[in-house]
Design a protein around this ligand. Structure first.
Ligand SMILES: [Fe+2]
Ligand SMILES: [Fe+2]
Length: 356
């Protein structure tokens, strides 16, 4: 927990999760100090065996290491999808920068959206260590050959949506991403530590927006409730299909890219939100949500996975708008990239020029 300017349950919206990020960071340092399992170059160890030994020893795989092609491809797909989500995710909230209700809210939202651009950059940089260029990845996004999170294909209809996105969408993102701080691929794990620290702040700002609205006038309270009603199930869907239908999970767990199943993480998120909704004085739109004593967890209604599949396939409320906007931004920014390249080339030429 970062402060106490509004009442939250004991360990706050992201307090417990942030502790896990700190622990992952400490584990990263301990593993580095412990050193990697020995490899005698002369003994001609099978690279696959050494890769497995590194994973078993909870050491990180680094860009210089040999890795199975499928591991590399899985990581590129996952990191790229993650990077694209950060960038496309700037749009729904960017929609409210010019209409934020006060200068303070505007400054906070601007900083948040800017953070997301930064997350995109860390992640593209992490993907590049796997031998793919950022240009290639952006091209694949624009051509619809790589995905971004389905959640960003929903519209932001009111100011309260900015709060609901921070609380629920950034909240679901952190629950998903905290275990990635222990991912076996070093550059991804390190990027995630930094990202999760910022995401927990995003979640808190969303929670605070909703807290103010929920405690305001009847109209403001209704607006907050309406936003939560609309974002709840799409947020649950962010954890992906149920475990039985999840295609990549098993192998990703064996490689220690992924540490928990989709359903485990979804449950964790639900349990966290119920308590927080209570503090907000808002209701989660699920009449079947109730504590299950024997499971020590909440029973809840699953999101509509058929809808998730439709949105992933391109038929969500805003898919076309998001990609059109991204293509336009890419085209509008072409001159900046060209100018930066020309400037870099000029500087390089100046540096190598032999003084007369
Ligand atoms: Fe982010
Ligand atoms: Fe965020």
């Amino acid at each position: 927990m970062y402060g106490h300017d509004f009442p939250v349950p004991d360990d706050g919206p992201a307090g417990g999760l942030l502790d896990q990020v700190e622990a992952a960071e400490a584990a990263l340092r301990t593993a580095a100090d412990r050193g990697r399992p020995g490899r005698d170059p002369a003994a001609d160890t099978d690279p696959q065996d050494y890769f497995t030994a590194l994973i078993d020893a909870d050491q990180k795989i680094e860009p210089r290491d040999w890795m199975p092609e499928a591991y590399r491809k899985t990581l590129i797909r996952q990191i790229a999808q993650h990077a694209h989500s950060e960038i496309i995710g700037m749009q729904p909230e960017g929609n409210w920068i010019s209409r934020a209700p006060s200068l303070k809210r505007k400054a906070i939202l601007l900083a948040k959206v800017q953070d997301e651009a930064g997350h995109g950059l860390y992640l593209y940089a992490a993907a590049e260590t796997l031998g793919v260029s950022r240009d290639e990845l952006v091209e694949m996004l624009l051509a619809g050959r790589q995905k971004y999170s389905s959640i960003f294909n929903y519209p932001t209809l009111t100011w309260a949506d900015v709060g609901a996105i921070g609380w629920l969408v950034d909240g679901a993102a952190i629950v998903n991403q905290v275990p990635l701080c222990r991912c076996s691929y070093g550059p991804y794990a390190r990027a995630m530590i930094r990202i999760c620290k910022e995401e927990s702040f995003h979640q808190r700002q969303g929670y605070e927006i909703l807290h103010v609205l929920a405690g305001g006038t009847a109209e403001q309270h209704a607006m907050a409730q309406d936003a939560v009603d609309r974002w709840w199930y799409p947020s649950l869907a962010m954890f992906g299909p149920p475990d039985g239908d999840s295609t990549h999970s098993q192998q990703s767990m064996a490689w220690k890219i992924k540490r928990f199943s989709n359903d485990e993480l979804r449950q964790r998120f639900v349990d966290m939100c119920v308590q927080q909704a209570g503090v907000l004085g808002l209701t989660l739109p699920d009449p079947d949500l109730r504590w299950n004593e024997s499971r020590q967890a909440y029973d809840y209604t699953q999101p509509d996975y058929a809808e998730l599949m439709r949105v992933i396939a391109g038929d969500g409320p805003c898919n076309r708008q998001r990609i059109t906007q991204r293509r336009r931004a890419d085209a509008d920014g072409a001159w900046v990239r060209e100018a930066a390249e020309a400037y870099a080339a000029k500087r390089a030429a100046e540096r190598t020029a032999v003084p007369a």
